[in-house]
Design a protein around this ligand. Structure first.
Ligand code: GAR
Length: 218
C-alpha cells in the first residue's frame, strides 16, 4: 500500500496533530506524516512531533519580510518532503493567495464550528452569545477566503445550558480528533472528489437515519 504523504502545519498545542500521529501509527491507515512545520518556535506540538520521531521544522513567520516570502519557504519545505496533502492543524496564520492556489485541492483545515456558521476566532464565545443549540467542527478544503471551502466532514455536539466557552470547546475538540483522521482517510482512499459547484462528494457514503434534537424531548 502506498500511503498518502501528509505535511501538518501547526502553531500551538498540536492535539489535532496528535490525533493524526495516532491514526497514522496504524500501518493499515492509508496516510503517513512526512513533515511537521510550526510557525512558532515554542509550539507545544513540536514536542509531540519529536516524540513520534517525525521530521519537524520551524518556519518562523517573524523572520520573513512578508507573507508570500514566508509561504514560499513553507512550500519549498513541503515539496522537498514530497508532501501530497497539507493538513492545517491549529495553524493560526492567514495564507497568501499564492500559497492557497498552489495547494488547491491538496490542502485541508479543521475549524471548531459547523461551517459556514461561525468562521474566525473566539468561536465558542459567539456560539454561546447567539444561543445556538448545536456546535461542532468541520474539516474542509482550503479556499482563499478564511474558513471557506468544500466541506469533507463535520461532527455536531449539543450546547448545554451550563456550558462555558471552555467546556464547549473541549466537547468539540474530542470530535475534532475523530473527524480529522476520518477526513484524511477518505481522501487517501480516493473517495473524495470536488464537483462543478465546488462541493466535496464522498463515494460510498452510508445512509444514517434520524434527526438530532437539542434540547431533547423529555
Ligand atoms: C482546534 O480547536 C482547531 O479547530 C482550531 O484551533 C485549535 C487547535 O488545537 N483551529 C482554528 O480555529 C482555525 N481557524 P490543536 O493545536 O490542539 O490542534
Amino acid at each position: 500500500m502506498t500511503r498518502l504523504r501528509l505535511g501538518v502545519l501547526i502553531s500551538g498545542r498540536g492535539s489535532n496533530l496528535q490525533a493524526l500521529i495516532e491514526a497514522t501509527a496504524d500501518p493499515t491507515y492509508p496516510a503517513e506524516i512526512v513533515q511537521v512545520i510550526s510557525n512558532r518556535p515554542d509550539a507545544a506540538g513540536l514536542t509531540r512531533a519529536e516524540a513520534a520521531g517525525l521530521p519537524s521544522l520551524i518556519v518562523d513567520h517573524t523572520a520573513f519580510p512578508d507573507r508570500p516570502a514566508f509561504d514560499r519557504e513553507m512550500t519549498q519545505a513541503l515539496e522537498e518532503a514530497s508532501v501530497e496533502l497539507v493538513c492545517l492543524a491549529g495553524f493560526m496564520r492567514l495564507l497568501s493567495d499564492e500559497f492557497v492556489d498552489h495547494w488547491r485541492d491538496r490542502m485541508i483545515n479543521i475549524h471548531p464550528s459547523l461551517l459556514p456558521a461561525f468562521k474566525g476566532l473566539e468561536v465558542q464565545e459567539r456560539v454561546l452569545a447567539r444561543g445556538a443549540r448545536f456546535a461542532g467542527c468541520t474539516v474542509h478544503y482550503v479556499r482563499k477566503e478564511m474558513d471557506t471551502g468544500p466541506i469533507i466532514a463535520q461532527a455536531a455536539v449539543p450546547v448545554r445550558a451550563d456550558d462555558t466557552a471552555d467546556s464547549l470547546a473541549a466537547r468539540i475538540l474530542e470530535q475534532e480528533h475523530r473527524i480529522y483522521p476520518l477526513a484524511v482517510r477518505l481522501i487517501a482512499e480516493g473517495r473524495v472528489s470536488i464537483d462543478a459547484g465546488d462541493r466535496a462528494r464522498i463515494a460510498d457514503w452510508p445512509t444514517v437515519p434520524g434527526v438530532l434534537l437539542n434540547p431533547p424531548e423529555a
